[in-house]
Write a protein that binds this ligand. Structure first.
Ligand code: C2E
Ligand code: SIN
Ligand code: SIN
Ligand code: FE
Ligand code: FE
Length: 363
């Protein structure tokens, strides 16, 4: 048996490790490892409740792949229902024991201690289980208390991850809605925002960007004009050319968009950068900062091409739609001045794909 001192040292170690780890799966593995050590168990498993299917599934199970079984089954299921610690001294002589798990894993369970994982709303979100105390000893109530302590940590780590994920998802939805809000104001259609994403994705793909970045630009490029929600309608929807003062106001949409979107979250950070730099030009004559060449973020350099191509081929309150060919020619002429030459070459080389997006997503 571990002495009280050894136990405290293990717990301190555990606290330090957990506080440094951000990935939930890793946190749970560390917890299972420590529980195994503290309880001198042969194996530890964490089962989480899947409320949609009414099953428990193994999140961590020493030595096995994912196992699933109905929440009504086994000592694990009983722990969910009773919300209480269960200590089993002889599994095969306990009618509640779910033998199917052993037959799936080829393991032979003898002794078990199981504690519920309980969230802040006092709901059971899973169970923490230790199997087969070494040296053929039985699990004690002290073991169960120790496991409960670790399981309380586990439950809050799991809850935090769920919360974080749901915040992240609603944040992403909100942002997508936001880019649509600007689009409504501008009388631009949702096909417009979609097309800008698709053109940008096409360039990113043939530029050889990583898969995650190709997906990222598909979502973020459509938000480049989110800052237009801060521009008065009298300017934004003006049927004719803008005068010098109006142009000054109009140009602030880049910075407004950046301030609106920029955040520590990767998606928003990228969206913010695109909003800020999508009107920078390769020769340094763009705005808001007059950045030059590769100093302009790659995502923004790509979006600039997608945006202008789509603006030219679309009707605007101030202009008619240009033809496909006239728009392609214009981009080609601006290669190296407005646009990154390497990216223009990619766009031209894949004009068949550009045409496909143009045709399939017409307003
Ligand atoms: P937008 O309509 O999405 O246009 C994006 C960019 O496409 C423009 O950025 C410009 O680089 C290019 N572009 C669009 N239409 C034309 C065109 O007819 N000729 C040429 N050569 N390029 C074109 P820019 O100029 O920085 O404008 C940013 C935004 O300001 C535009 O977004 C639009 O919302 C607004 N805007 C620009 N000019 C006018 C205008 O004369 N009247 C009105 N009402 N709005 C304007
Ligand atoms: C059960 O909870 O009945 C199954 C225990 C196991 O072998 O994992
Ligand atoms: C990148 O691919 O992210 C950097 C290369 C470049 O700036 O063109
Ligand atoms: Fe813009
Ligand atoms: Fe646009």
């Amino acid at each position: 048996m571990l002495t009280a001192n050894e136990q405290i040292n293990v717990l301190l170690d555990f606290g330090t490790l957990i506080s440094k780890e951000k990935n939930l799966d890793n946190i749970l593995i560390i917890m299972a490892d420590y529980a195994k050590l503290l309880l001198e168990a042969d194996r530890c498993s964490i089962f989480l409740a899947d409320n949609e299917t009414g099953e428990l599934y193994s999140k961590v199970a020493h030595g096995t792949d994912e196992i699933r079984f109905p929440m009504s089954k086994g000592i694990a299921g009983f722990t969910v229902l009773s919300k209480e610690i269960q200590i089993v001294v002889d599994a095969y002589n306990d009618f509640r024991f779910n033998k199917e798990v052993d037959s799936e894993t080829g393991y032979h369970t003898t002794t078990i201690v199981t504690v519920p994982l309980i969230n802040h709303d006092d709901e059971v979100i899973g169970v923490f289980q230790a199997l087969n105390k070494v040296n053929g000893e039985l699990f004690s109530t002290t073991d169960a208390q120790t496991l409960l302590l670790v399981s309380n940590y586990a439950a809050s780590a799991i809850e935090n991850t769920y919360l974080y994920q749901s915040i992240k998802e609603s944040q992403e939805k909100l942002i997508l809605k936001l880019s649509t809000a600007a689009e409504f104001k501008d009388n631009e259609t949702s096909e417009h925002t979609k097309r800008v994403g698709l053109y940008a994705q096409l360039i990113a793909k043939h530029y050889g960007m990583r898969k995650e970045d190709i997906e990222l630009i598909l979502i973020t490029a459509p938000m480049h004009d989110a800052g237009k929600i801060g521009i008065p309608d009298t300017i934004l929807l003006k049927p004719g050319r803008l005068d010098a003062d109006e142009i000054v106001v109009m140009k602030t949409h880049s910075t407004i968009g950046y301030e609106l979107l920029d955040d520590s979250n990767t998606m928003l950070k990228t969206a913010g950068l695109i909003a800020k730099e999508h009107h920078e030009k390769y020769d340094g004559s763009g705005y808001p900062e007059g950045l030059k060449g590769k100093d302009i973020n790659i995502f923004a350099r790509i979006t600039a091409i997608a945006d202008v191509f789509d603006a030219l081929t679309s009707v605007r309150p101030y202009k008619k739609a240009w033809t496909f060919d006239a728009s392609m020619n214009f981009l080609q002429e601006q290669k190296g001045s407005h646009f990154d030459p390497e990216l223009i070459d990619i766009f031209m080389k894949h004009s068949d794909d550009v045409k496909r997006i143009y045709t399939q997503h017409k307003d």
